[in-house]
Design a protein around this ligand. Sequence first.
Ligand code: AMP
Length: 448
Amino acid sequence: MKILIVGGGGREHALAWKCAQSPRVLQVFVAPGNAGTALEPKVRNVDIPADAIDALLEFASREAIDLTIVGPEGPLVAGIADRFAAAGCACFGPSRAAARLEGSKSFTKAFLQRHRIPTAGFAAFDRQSFDPAYIRAQRLPVVVKADGLAAGKGVVICDTHEAAIRAAEAMLGGSLGSAGHRIVVEEFLSGEEVSFIVIAADQTALPLATSQDHKRRDDGDRGPNTGGMGAYSPAPLVTPALHARIMRTVIEPTLRGLRADGNPYLGFLYAGLMIAGDGTPNVLEFNCRFGDPEAQPILPRLQSDLVDLCEAALGGTLARADVRWDPRAALGVVMAAGGYPGAYAQGDIIGGLDAAARLPGKVFHAGTRREGDSVVTAGGRVLCAVGLGDGVAAAQAQAYDLVHAIHFNLVQYRRDIGCRAIERGEQRVAADGQDGARNHPPHAPELS
Ligand code: AMP
């Protein structure tokens, strides 16, 4: 088989690496890929940007690609899956209509409300309808969100009403381009965040291993929000009881609602959840793709063939799929360029990759490119070093051994990835095999 992975970040490196392990796969192409994907056995980069749908389709047809897996949300929200389907090319990812779950926050909030799926209270505004009095009437802190895709910059948590009104006016005034022409003002939820990711095919959901990421840049969950500074799997917070509750109150009604609305879902579906003190899983957001950096620790734990699972989803046999997980924990530490998530330098030489390659664990590349004989930085999030171990603490130690072997100018990374899981005494969880998703069967609820 020939596989095409669309994208060039750490998630796509992990997807390409995993697909290349399938004995059925002859060649994996990554468009555009990065310096790490270029070095993987059976993997080749193709110089096509992830959002160039026409060129990707032309390449897939010419190369007779058997399966395309789309990494980032941009091309999915722009309708890549519809275009490939219309051309008879197998493409794993939701349609443009289903991808609106990520592409429009006001659409998603209305969807959640209509289908009685737990989420924060909200109101949506555009420039004409915006009413500062609504914000002044809210309890603090209050959350202001741009409606559209804003590359992680579209959410502001405000401690004062004035700050919230300023944030709303800036977005509506065009500070985030068209993404902010509509906004959602949302109640602040406290609790702990969990990423819950499934492979979905209409009414069937195959939950992947549980995970938690760290969104803030600095140790102790401080500093600005980022695309993610690290993640680990399993998430001890997600007990079997919570796992069942998330499936019943979030995933199943979401898939039923999408079907009822005429937009059945196919692909990775990622629910970003805030678990309240009373255990209620509130939906913060949906992503219409695998998480980044969650994919980097989750995929090394997947013992089943990812290509088989994607094909089962496309072929309507996901409910019979067999999925096996490595019982060990995995933990990924993101190494970012100095200044990220603000402005950062590019083109700095990355040293120590060969030494790291001789250590246990795996370094996935994100913002890297080859320059002559060197690998240099080419993005905000540069690498994700993943360790595996009997428990999160052991996985963490292996991941940081990799991190310490690698260096580049002004590198920044958190030193406490996995701290909450370790505090929770995760060894017990791993030993008991309580990872809710471990060898969990696919779930095919009856249509109501
Ligand atoms: P989103 O893109 O909607 O997931 O928001 C990005 C991040 O902002 C989330 O991962 C949360 O950490 C935080 N966030 C978003 N909405 C809320 C909320 N209603 N209450 C508390 N934190 C939130």
